[in-house]
Design a protein around this ligand. Structure first.
Ligand code: GLV
Length: 324
């Protein structure tokens, strides 16, 4: 019998074609919206899928596993996998894989970099100013930003994405300091990044703080009121990791009270909702979780995700299992 795969929202055709070319039966949620957990339960109860390709917007937990007792593989179309209950899956003998495409790390690193540059040069505020017809001629004191050259980048997390940000930052003439649970000798050797053993040591020294950690119990609200107060008042925060790593309410307060100079956020604590007051601030840049949204990255993510399914169906251990 043909293997059956359910995909919770349309992904690039390349991935769907790879599955179909193998002769698998592929069903894709037909609506262009986030599937509710109720809808997913109902779909899984109706048909016996062998694997599910889900998204970071899907909550995959005991309710889903129970609805699909024969589904033994869930692949998340993302690098992060905090939306799935790994332990519960393991108890039930279900495998969970992610899709850590190199080009997705690249795209997210580029997005973080763009946010840093845009904050320093006040690009978004200035764009808005021109569009509103407020530009009346060159002004020597207008939209004074800050240079990047010679500034210190504080990386919180120096894994695949943080590491790429460090390489680019070096090219811009920044000094790089970083903190992580393990040292990254590659960035120490190649860009002279300096390891600091705690976030408390990093924050007062950094002009730009960029977050590149997964969402774990230990990283939830890693950036909180106390930590904002440890940053320089001229410093910027960039978050392209996961929203709940930042206490968003405390961030709004810090931005309003000019405890820090600004922030660039691609992810939000209660995504897609924003905490009250955030969107009104002019010292923030907000993008809708599009860090990995390049053609190249999304295609490679589809390939990596689907290869996990193909390996599984061909009796091999998928490459990106995260709950071994
Ligand atoms: C995006 O946020 C991802 O985890 O791939």
């Amino acid at each position: 019998m043909n293997k059956k795969v359910f995909i919770t929202r349309k992904i690039p055709d390349l991935g769907i074609t790879m599955l179909k070319n193998k002769g698998y039966e592929v069903d894709v949620y037909p609506k262009n919206k986030i599937m509710s957990q109720k809808e997913l339960v109902s779909v899984l109860k109706k048909k016996d899928y062998d694997a599910v390709l889900c998204l970071l917007t899907d909550k995959i937990d005991a309710k889903i596993y129970s609805a699909a007792p024969n589904t033994k593989l869930y692949v998340n179309y993302a690098t992060g996998f905090d939306n799935l209950d790994l332990a519960e899956a393991k108890k039930r003998g279900i495998l969970i894989a992610n899709a850590p495409a190199d080009l997705a790390s690249e795209a997210v690193a580029e997005h973080a970099l763009v946010m840093m540059l845009a904050l320093a040069a006040r690009i978004v505020e200035a764009d808005d100013f021109v569009r509103r017809g407020k530009y009346k001629g060159w002004d020597p004191m207008h939209f004074i930003g800050t240079d990047i050259l010679g500034k210190t980048l504080g990386l919180v997390g120096a894994g695949r994405i943080g590491e790429r940000v460090a390489f680019y930052a070096k090219g811009l003439g920044m000094k790089i300091i970083y903190t992580d649970v393990t040292k990254n000798s590659r960035i120490e050797e190649s860009v002279g990044a300096e390891y600091v053993s705690s976030i408390e040591e990093l924050l007062p020294k950094a002009d730009l703080v960029s977050l590149h950690v997964p969402l774990l119990d230990s990283t939830k609200h890693l950036m909180n009121e106390k930590h904002f107060k440890m940053m320089k008042s001229t410093a910027f925060l960039v978050n392209t990791s996961r929203g709940p790593v930042v206490d968003e309410k405390a961030l709004v307060k810090a931005l309003k009270e000019k405890v820090i100079a600004g922030a660039g956020l691609d992810v939000f604590e209660f995504e897609p909702k924003l905490v009250s007051g955030l969107a009104k601030l002019n010292n923030v840049i907000l993008t809708p979780h599009i860090g990995s949204a390049s053609v190249e990255a999304r295609n490679q993510m589809a390939e990596v995700a689907v290869n996990n399914i193909i390996d599984f169906f061909e009796g091999k251990l998928p490459k990106n299992i995260v709950n071994k």
